[in-house]
Each structure stands twice: as C-alpha cells, then as structure tokens.
Ligand binder design. Structure first.
Ligand SMILES: Nc1ncnc2c1ncn2[C@@H]1O[C@H](COP(=O)(O)OP(=O)(O)O)[C@@H](O)[C@H]1O
Ligand SMILES: [Mg+2]
Length: 384
C-alpha cells in the first residue's frame, strides 16, 4: 500500500521554503509583480517596516520611500534598472508605517519562469541604520583624534616658536633703535634690512603654523612631497634643541602623491618628535625622501612609492618592545611625555593612503622609520 498523508516533494519544498522565508526576521523579504506592487510579505518585512501583510499586499512599493525620493522617481528608476539588468541595489532612507525612517540596504532581483518570462521581482531589504551610525561615529572619532593629535603637536611646537618669536622681536626692536640714533645712511640702511628680514621670517613662521593649524577636514589632494617637507621642517626647527642637527636629503623630481596634507604633516612631525625624544644630548635627525620601486618587500606593496625616511642616532628600540610600537596607547615615555598615539596614527594614515610604514632599529645605534605613500600614476605628475 502507498503511504498517504505525504505531500509530493515539490509541494513540500515550496511549503518549507515559505516557512524559511517567514522565519527570517532580520531581513525584509518580499515579492513585487513586474509593475512594482507587493505580492508577498515575510515576518522580517513586518518587523522592519511595521506593516502587516494584509495592509501592504497589492500596494506599490514606492510606499516605503521618502516623499523626496518618490518625487525624484527613485522607486521607478530602481524597478526599471532591475528589469533591464536583472537586478539593482540601493542604499538610502526608507519610511516605516509609523512615519519614522531607517537607513536601508536593498537588493532587487528579477525572477523568471521556465520560459524566461519575468514573473516578478524579489526584494530583500536590511535595516543598517546602526551600521551607518557606527560608521559615522567612527568618522567623527577619527576627526576628533586628528584634532587632539594636532593640538598635541602644536603644543610641542609653541614653546620653541614663542622663543624664536622673541628673538625676532629683539632683532627688530634693537635694530630700529640703533637706526633712529644713527647719522650714517649706509648703517641705517643695513639696520632696516635686518628689521625687514626678521619681520619676514616672523611672517613665514606664523604662516606655517597657521596653515598646519587650519587643516580641519580630512581631505585628500594631489601634492608635491617637497612642499610638505619645507613646511614641516620649517616648523620642526623651532622644536629641536640646539645640539640636535636636522639634515635633509630630498630627491629632485619626486612624483606627486595624493593624501591629506594636514595628516601627512602631522605624521612627519610625530616621527621627528619621536626621533628627537630618542636622542639624549647631541645627535642628528636625517630626513631622506626618495622615489622607490617596490616589488612586495614592504607589506606586499607593488609599484612606485615616495618613501619618507626619518633616521636618528638615538637610543634605538629594544627588540622586545619593537612589535608593540604601533599599538594605540603604547608608550615607553613618562606620564605626560607620551600618549602612545603618534605611531598608531601614522600606521592608520599609511594604511588608509594605501601605503605602509616600516621600522628598523638597533639599540644604542639608532632608528629608521620609513613611510611609503603611493606615487600618482600620471607620469607627468612630477613636481617642478
Ligand atoms: N625613533 C625612535 N627611537 C626610539 N624609540 C621610538 C622611536 N619612535 C618610537 N619609539 C618608541 O615607540 C613608542 C610609541 O611611539 P608613539 O606612538 O609615537 O608614542 P609616544 O611618542 O607618545 O610614546 C615610544 O614610546 C618609543 O618607545
Ligand atoms: Mg610620539
């Protein structure tokens, strides 16, 4: 005898399939007819959008879009794109039954029957408001961290800058006084030239400081490495003790790079502050900038890069400590001297710019930090 009470396999799987779709509550899964009217509705759709099946079946799916999107013809455009290309994806605000909005990630796929006729569209929507908000928060945190680091760097610079400003003012005041009391036209002229020269150096100093302080939004632009070096070293000179020498070795005709100028300047300052901190007494910091061709030596990078190397002849890094230096908040400096954020910021910047940062160090001999940033592909894009 044939067993009864069993459905045929295909009916069975259809029922199972329906059960499966109904059980999904994290995704709204529903079908549209080719004109965009809702024909099925799962538990996830009810949970995410707030409508019961009997309230939406038969209605047009533009119901879920904002008034602005409807006015712009967005639902229709999506439908048409799906029908033309077999599928469409969209990310944007959607409206729940109670009028509140959520940020949706939606996919629309065409369903065809055995003959290839379009019988409808499957729509899968996810509420990714939380994900979007955490991404926005992360951006805000990054911007805040950048701001905090900048203040820290400015703090390191201002002491030295104030001192240098005082020196310039002293030159200006004493030269002016001497000129006032002098009868010799040649001498007066020489003194006035000193005044002008000191005034110009002061202007340049404030300009460099302000242009560093003004970088607010992170924005990627095409820039010449040598210009960033001039601006950075111009500032750094004031933060170095007299017995630390700063040498520069910047190659000619470096290719342009595409990064955020403020961040690059801050990373370079941080590397050089670290070099300064590693030197006890007299020493030398050497900045070498050159174009290199990489074939996987540095974190698998391939192609042309501008390499910024900061060498110092300081105390070096203990091999036990070396693997940790890029960790956020890792510092070997006394409380109030270091935050442990400089290198983690440098690392983040390098990765974000599709480059890398590497380190070689020998205790008692010195350290070299190398920052690699991709050269612009355009062969004509070399600086003057
Ligand atoms: N040039 C260097 N020479 C010696 N040690 C270094 C050098 N650069 C970084 N370090 C080590 O890496 C640690 C982390 O550096 P960083 O992230 O800039 O934080 P911070 O400078 O605030 O300590 C430093 O505390 C130091 O121990
Ligand atoms: Mg540091």
């Amino acid at each position: 005898m044939v067993a009864t009470g069993r459905t045929s396999p295909s009916v069975m799987s259809e029922a199972r399939y329906e059960q499966l779709v109904q059980a999904v509550v994290d995704y709204a899964i529903y079908m549209l007819d080719p004109s965009g009217h809702v024909v099925s509705w799962n538990a996830g759709a009810e949970r995410i959008k707030g409508y019961r099946a009997d309230e939406v079946i038969g209605r047009h799916f533009s119901l879920f879009f904002t008034a602005q999107d409807c006015a712009d013809g967005r639902p229709q455009r999506l439908l048409q794109q799906a029908l033309d290309q077999g599928g469409a994806q969209d990310e944007g605000w959607r409206v729940r039954k109670d009028g509140t909005q959520f940020w949706a990630l939606a996919a629309l796929d065409v369903i065809r029957d055995g003959q290839g006729q379009v019988i409808g569209l499957a729509k899968v929507t996810r509420d990714i408001t939380d994900r979007r908000e955490s991404a926005l928060q992360l951006d805000a945190m990054r911007a805040q961290l950048f701001q905090a680091q900048k203040l820290e760097a400015l703090g390191q610079l201002t002491g030295g800058l104030a001192h240098d400003f005082n020196n310039l003012l002293t030159i200006i005041l004493s030269s002016a006084r001497l000129a006032l009391n002098s009868q010799d036209p040649a001498r007066i002229r020489r003194l006035l030239e000193h005044v002008l020269d000191a005034g110009q150096r002061g202007t340049q100093l404030t300009w460099q400081l302000l242009s560093f302080a003004r970088h607010r939004q992170l924005s990627v632009t095409r820039l010449a490495p040598a210009e960033v070096i001039v601006a950075t070293c111009g500032l750094l000179e004031h933060a170095l003790p007299r017995d630390i020498e700063l040498q520069q070795q910047v190659a000619d005709n470096l290719p342009m790079i595409e990064v955020d100028a403020g961040q690059l300047q801050m990373v370079l300052l941080n590397l050089m502050f670290n070099a300064r901190d590693a030197i006890e007494g007299a020493g030398c910091i050497r900045l070498v900038v050159e174009c290199v061709e990489l074939a996987g030596q540095e974190e698998g990078l391939q192609g042309r890069f501008v390499c910024f190397e900061v060498h110092d002849d300081g105390q070096g890094i203990d091999p036990q400590v070396l693997p940790r230096i890029f960790e956020p908040f890792f510092t070997t400096k006394a409380f109030g001297k270091g935050t442990g954020l400089g290198l983690s910021q440098a690392y983040g910047f390098a990765r974000q710019s599709l480059g890398a940062i590497g380190v070689t160090s020998q205790p008692g001999v010195g350290t070299c930090m190398s920052l690699y940033l991709p050269a612009c592909a355009d062969p004509l894009a070399t600086e003057e």
